[in-house]
Structure formats: C-alpha cells, structure tokens
Design a protein around this ligand. Sequence first.
Ligand code: ADP
Ligand code: MG
Length: 390
Amino acid sequence: MNQESKFLLIDEVFTPSSPIENAELFTGREQQIAAIKEAVREKGQHAIMHGLRGAGKTSLANMTLYLFQNLMSIKITCNREDSFNSIWERALRKIRFAENNKTIGFISSSRTEIFPIEVPPQNMISATEVEQILLSINGNMLFIFDEFDMIKSKKVKSQMADMIKLVSDNLPHVSILIVGIAESVDELIGEHPSIERCMKQIELPLMNDNEAKDMVLRNLSYLKMNIDEHVLLKIVDMASGFPNYLHLLCKYAAKAAVRENNVQIAVKHFDEAVIKSIENSDYTIKKTYAAAVKSASTKNRFADVLLACALAEADETNSFDAYDVLEKYNRITGAYYKKEQLHYNLGMLCKKERAEILTKTRKSKTTRYKFSKPLIKAFVKLKQHEEQLK
Ligand SMILES: Nc1ncnc2c1ncn2[C@@H]1O[C@H](COP(=O)(O)OP(=O)(O)O)[C@@H](O)[C@H]1O
Ligand SMILES: [Mg+2]
C-alpha cells in the first residue's frame, strides 16, 4: 500500500470531527448500551441520554442501528428553530416500511420494496395525529431525538414530555430516546413528574482510561500499526477522556509515523501530533484560551493557573476547588503560594475579559470552579506540551 492510501485509511479510522457510523470502529460503552437495550425492550419505557459535548452521544445513538433485530431506528437532529410539529414531521418522514411484492411470472420471485409513509403537512401534526400514524404501523420503532439541548422552548419540552407519556400508555411498539448536552435530565427536558417513571436516565461519562486505551489500540490494529506504551499513556492522559481528542492526536501521530515509513508510533510522532492537534482544535476553544491567558508580560501566570486547573483533581461534576488548584500550581511553578494569592487569578478567569473560561459553582459553602467548555481541559494540556517543545 502506498503512502497516499495509508493516509486515506487513517482518515477513515480516526475521525475527530464526525461521529462513528461503523460499528467496527466503536469501542466500549457497554453499560450505556445495556441501558439503552433495556429501555427499548421494556414496553412503555423510554430513555434520555445526557453528557458533555464530545463525549460520544451521537456515536452511541448511531449504534442503535446494529443493536436490535427487527427494529426500525430513526434518528433526527434537533435545531434551534424546531417546534413540536417540525421535529415529528422530520421523524415521520424518515419512516420506511417494507412491502413484499410478489411478481408472478415465468419465474416467481419476491422482492421487497421500501416505501415512505404519507405525512400530513406540518401545521396538521398534533400529538393525536402522530399517535394515529404510529398506531397504523406494524413493527417496533425507536425514535432518537439528538441534540435536544438545542430546544430552549419550555412549551416544546412539555409537548415532548406529554408525547412520551402518550406513547408510553398507548404505543407499546414505540420507544423514544432523547439525547443532548446536559448535566442533568431536568436540564434537557424540564421537570415532568408524569414521565419520571417511564424515562430511564442514561449518563454518558467521558471515556475512562481503559476505554481510551482500547479504542486507540483497536483502531491502530486496523491500520496494522503499533504505539510505544508510554506514548499511548501520554495520548490517553492528554485527551482527558474526550474521544475526539483521542482521534485527533492519533490521526496526526499515525500520519507522522507513516510519513517516515514507520508502523510504530513514537514520541517524536506524538510531539508533531500535539502541534497539529492544537492547530486543528475548534476555533472557539482556541479563541477562548487565547483570551484567557493574554498577558503583557512574558511571565504568564494565567497560563500556569489554567494548567493547574486542568491537572487538579476534579469531582464527578468536573469541578475543583482552590486548594486542588493550589497544590498543582505550586508543583508546576515551584512556588509557595497561598490560597489567597490564587483567588485573584481564579476570579479573573471567571470574568468576561478572560473569556469566562472558568465558571464558579458552589458546594456546601465552598466555591468551586469548572471549565465552562469542558473540552478546554484537554486543550490546556496540549498547550503545555507545546510550550515544553519550544
Ligand atoms: N465509542 C466510541 N469509540 C470510538 N470513537 C468514539 C466513540 N464515541 C465517540 N467517538 C469519537 O469521538 C468524537 C465525538 O463523538 P460524538 O458522538 O460526536 O460526541 P457527542 O455527540 O457527544 O458530541 C467523534 O470523533 C467520534 O468519532
Ligand atoms: Mg452529538
């Protein structure tokens, strides 16, 4: 295989900016898969999956195509302008049913044709109308509403909640999966006691180190490539659980190795990948970071404080307190700072002029902090590595 074809293969295997479609390239998430299966199989049960941007929600939702036999899985992506009608119109338009068409002739053959169903105009779509249409269809169906966090209207959220209740009570062959960026279920769909019992809550956490390692090794084995063990650990550490950063780093590291006709990824390939991954990170992340650390002097304390934040021991809500940061800060810089001295910097990083890169949260009287855009945590670590290479 020539170099150009190897590059193409790498681009197919490592896809930092698109969700996984191919089940062979999907790794881990056993617990969440089991939870989705359970919700779909149990009549009247539905599910709501939430997690951070980049955690892998859409990829997991795509896998439902392969998880069930005899189930039609329909996924639509919500957007800001959507109403109850427009969401369901798009969903209904995606329904295809198969009809066996026997042609009698010299040789009797049977072929299956796929038909769309007739969908009324958007303004005619109501909960009862949707119910009628779904009632008329045989076979199990799963409707997935991805990026439901785009919907801000309380009214649309309540209408969806009512629809879920209705489906739960009357349409045992239909399951609904709501997916979106949120820390809690209430944030995604609002509080609706009537659907609490029929909605399974599925949290999709970031990848743990084992899932991350598995993913990298498995994808590299498709490419017939290897990686030095300590480079693997570095990639896993830098990605901080975000699968898209794993893909980004591996893609450029693999290309750097191939360029040298190597099948083994070594430190120098990783170093090159860090620089490329920074360049290819989302524009908003780069912009936020630059605004947060801008400084007139060469000694930039904000960059060190941010790095300390990225390294600080975070709890399950991804937040940390000033002590956690202080410990890391003193270790990085060799300083003997006191907590009060860091308060100024942490406070400033929560302000507009520093792009509100951190957000304050509270837990039983103590102030805690978190990255407003969680992906920045990985980016900050990449920047540190780039600094060290200079
Ligand atoms: N289970 C997985 N195995 C391998 N790669 C994954 C997995 N989940 C997500 N990814 C990768 O991570 C990135 C983000 O995934 P995506 O599904 O778009 O996240 P989300 O929808 O939560 O923002 C994509 O590059 C995707 O290819
Ligand atoms: Mg998504």
